[in-house]
Design a protein around this ligand. Sequence first.
Ligand code: JFZ
Length: 473
Amino acid sequence: MCGVMLYAQESAEPIPLKHGAHRMGRRTDPEMQRWREYGLGQFIHWGLYAIPGGEWNGKVYNGAAEWIRSWKELPKDDYDNLYKQFNPKQFDAKQWAKMAKDMGVKYMIITTKHHDGFCIWPSKYTTYNIKNTPYRKDILKEIVDEYVKAGIDVYLYYSILDWHHPGYRSALPVTKEDSVKYKGFLEYTRNQLIELLTNYPQAKGLWFDGTWDKAWVNQAEFSDKLETELRTLSPGLVIGSRFRADDFGKRHFDSNGNLIGDYSQVWERKFPESIEALKGNDWDCVMTIPHDNWGYCTDWSKFYIKTPYELIGMLLKSVSMDGNLVINFGPDGNGVFRPEEKKIAEDIGKWMEKNSEAVYGCTYSGIKNPDWGYYTRKGDKIYMTVFNRPLNNKLRIQLPPELKMKPLNASFLVNKQPLDLKYIRLGLDRDNNIYYEVAIPDNFISGDMPFVIVLEIQQIQDKTGGKEKDAMT
Ligand code: JFZ
C-alpha cells in the first residue's frame, strides 16, 4: 500500500506550491559558476562563546563550545554580560586573511550573529553588538575588507535562532502576545539582513542557521518574500538550502523534491555516498577539525583532531563529486587562532601551493573514484590524486566506454616527469570498461602526503562508443 502511494506521488502531477523551489536544476550565472570553482573554503565561528571556550568556573561543558549558553551550569545573565569583556586585543584581520590565503582558501563564511544573538557588527537594531564592547570597532567590516583585499570571497553566516531577542520563539506562538512578539522578531531579522547586505555589499552570499525551528518553518510566506527581497537588493547573491521551508514545512528539498535555494546544505560533517545521491545539485560540505565543535574550545585533548592528510582527502572527495569543502576555525577571545589550527592551515597551504591545480575549477570526472584516491577533471586533464599508493606501484584506471576518453599520457603534476602509461584491455568486465595502468617509478619517494598525476585525455569520436554496452544489457 505504502509503495503504491509513493509511486503514485512520484509519477503524478507536481504538488502545487506557492513557496517551493524557485528554479529547477542548477543556476547558470557567472556568480554561481564562481562559487562552484572555489574548491576550498574557510568557516569561522567567532563570538562571545570564545571567551569561556567551553568551560565555566573550572567545569567543562560537554556540548559544542558555541552552545555553552544553553548549559544549565551557566547563569544566562553571566553569559549575556560577557560582551562587557569582549576585547580581542590581538585580533588582526590582515593576519587572518593572510592565513586563509596561504591555506589556499577561495571563500570564507563568518558568523555575524550566532544563536546567542550577539552581533559582531554595529547593528542599529540592537544594542547587543560589538559597538558596546570595550573593543568598539566594527569587527565584521575589518574582516570583510581584509579578506576581500586578499581575493577571498566573503559569505555571512546568520542564525535565525536567537537566545537574546525578547521576541524570539522556537515553537509556534501559542498566545496572542507570543504572535505579536514573534512578528517583531521577524521584522528584526529582516531589518538586520537588509542592514548586512547594505553595509557589506561585498558579501557574495548568506549562510543561514537555526532555521529548523518550528516557528520559522511555519513562516513560508514571510521567508519566501524576504529571500526575493534580499536577492533583489544584491543580485547574484548565493543562498543555500537552509534558509526557508516550503508551504508544507519541507526543508532543503520542497514537497516535489526540488532543491530550495542555490546549493544543498545538508552535507554538514558528512559526505554523499556517490555523485548519483546529489541528483545534479550543487553542494558543499562544512567540516570541523575536531568531531563536532565550532567555537573556540580551551581543551582540545578530549577530541580526535583530523589531520591535514584526512582534510585534504575530504577536499578531494568533495571536488571529485562536484562539491566544495569548507573547514571550520574557532579563534579565541583574543582573536588568536590556536597553534593546532595554524599548523593545519599551514600544512594544507603547503600542499595546495603545489597541487591546487587538481582542486580549483575542477569537477567530477565521469569516472568512479578508485581505491587509491580521487579523480578530478578540468578540460582535457584528469587529475589522479593518490592517497593509497598500491604496493605494486600500478595505478589501475577503469574507464567506462561511454565516456569515450582516450588517455594520451601521464605525468607527475609537481615536476611534469612523464610516467609509463599502458593500455590494458577493453571488455574485461560485464560493463565493457576500458583499462589503463600508470606505473609509479619504484624509486619514487612519495613522502607522507598525497601526490597528483595528470592524465591528458582526448575525446574520441567513434560510431559505436557506448552502444556495445546498451546492446549487452
Ligand atoms: C549548527 C549550529 O547549531 C552550530 O553551532 C554550528 O554553527 C553549525 C555550523 O550549525 O549546527 C548544526 C546545524 C545543522 C545540522 C547539525 C548541526 N544538521 O543539519 O545536521
